[in-house]
Write a new protein. Structure first.
Length: 327
């Protein structure tokens, strides 16, 4: 694989650390109407990576927790070590010392919350911190996208960009790669409910139609444009009205049990909007207050209990920081 960095970097080894512990946030990709181009980060859940320098050359994964044994310990098959090692080699350090990785999953795998993205971002960000922060987040982003390529076959940025930069991100182009950070209306909260059913990302992507009727496409373009304007204007009602999807949701929602019933509960309890987080099965409701978000979670939890469906739930503001060092 070619070197992603466009120049050589003189690294100050006196700034290198021996160990760092990093948290990276989960994300809500697509924001319903913005398939593959919009996403935002949340305060919880997220993943944690502990990265250490070692005298032995190469990279090893010492331990993974919270994955129920699903993730590979082979460092070249795991998104965290794969992406961090790519950056490490591109910086010319692979003959200087080695790295060891611990990954602690704090969210469900395959949940539609950007699980692989959070792990990858945590690993790449951790390496940059370990090396004294020689690179900007803009320079780290392509390495995070390489983790997505390994995880699902496509180097998309709608999860890794918000996890890395925090806040709400718009990715209008991948070639060239362009990421825009959008303002975050301060009263926005998100209610997240993950019903414990399996919806693999690759399978969910296969349901998407290659051809979209022009009428639906025009409506979708209008919704995206209106959503971005409403975000800048802090128009909460218009944010909710704009986040509607007739292109992706009708197909993916079929994989999520009781999607329509959960949507009805959320809207009846004053959600601004309701839809699928990423490829699902996590669903999300945007609200204008924490209390409304808590009420929606409580009502949907009661419904899922009646249907004997296990779940995880979270209420969060939009994370505007991205990854950070844990003490």
């Amino acid at each position: 694989m070619e070197n992603i960095l466009k120049q050589d970097y003189k690294l100050d080894q006196t700034k290198f650390l021996n160990q760092v512990h990093v948290f990276a946030p989960a994300t809500v990709a697509n924001m319903i109407c913005g398939y593959d181009i919009l996403g935002f980060a949340v305060n919880e859940p997220g993943d944690e990576v502990i990265l250490r320098k070692t005298e032995e050359l190469g990279i090893t994964i010492l331990n993974i927790t919270g994955d129920d044994g699903k993730l590979p310990l082979d460092p070249f098959k795991n998104t965290v070590s794969h992406s961090a090692w790519k950056l490490f080699c591109d910086l010319g350090l692979d003959e200087s010392f080695g790295l060891s990785v611990e990954l602690h999953k704090k969210m469900p795998i395959g949940s539609g919350l950007g699980s692989s993205a959070a792990s990858t971002v945590a690993g790449v960000f951790a390496l940059n911190e370990l090396l004294g922060k020689p690179l900007s987040k803009d320079q780290l982003l392509p390495y995070c996208m390489e983790g997505e390529r390994l995880a699902c076959g496509s180097a998309h940025a709608d999860n890794v960009a918000p996890s890395l930069f925090g806040g709400i991100t718009l990715i209008p182009s991948h070639e060239p790669l362009i990421v825009r950070s959008l303002p975050v209306p301060e009263e926005l909260y998100v209610a997240l409910i993950y019903p414990k059913v399996d919806v693999p990302t690759k399978e969910a992507r296969r349901l998407i139609k290659n051809n979209v009727p022009l009428e639906k496409a025009v409506k979708q373009w209008g919704n995206i444009a209106s959503l971005i304007a409403a975000i800048y204007e802090k128009d909460y009602d218009e944010i909710g009205r704009s986040m509607q999807d007739e292109v992706i949701e009708p197909h993916r929602s079929l994989l999520i049990p009781y999607f329509d019933e959960m949507k009805k509960i959320a809207l009846e309890n004053n959600a601004l909007t309701f839809g699928i987080s990423g490829s699902g099965p996590t669903v999300m409701a945007l609200t204008k207050s924490e209390q409304i978000a808590e009420t929606i979670v409580s009502e949907i939890e009661e419904f899922l209990n009646e249907k004997s469906i296990e779940y995880f739930s979270y209420v969060s503001k939009i994370n505007q920081q991205g990854p950070y060092l844990k003490k």
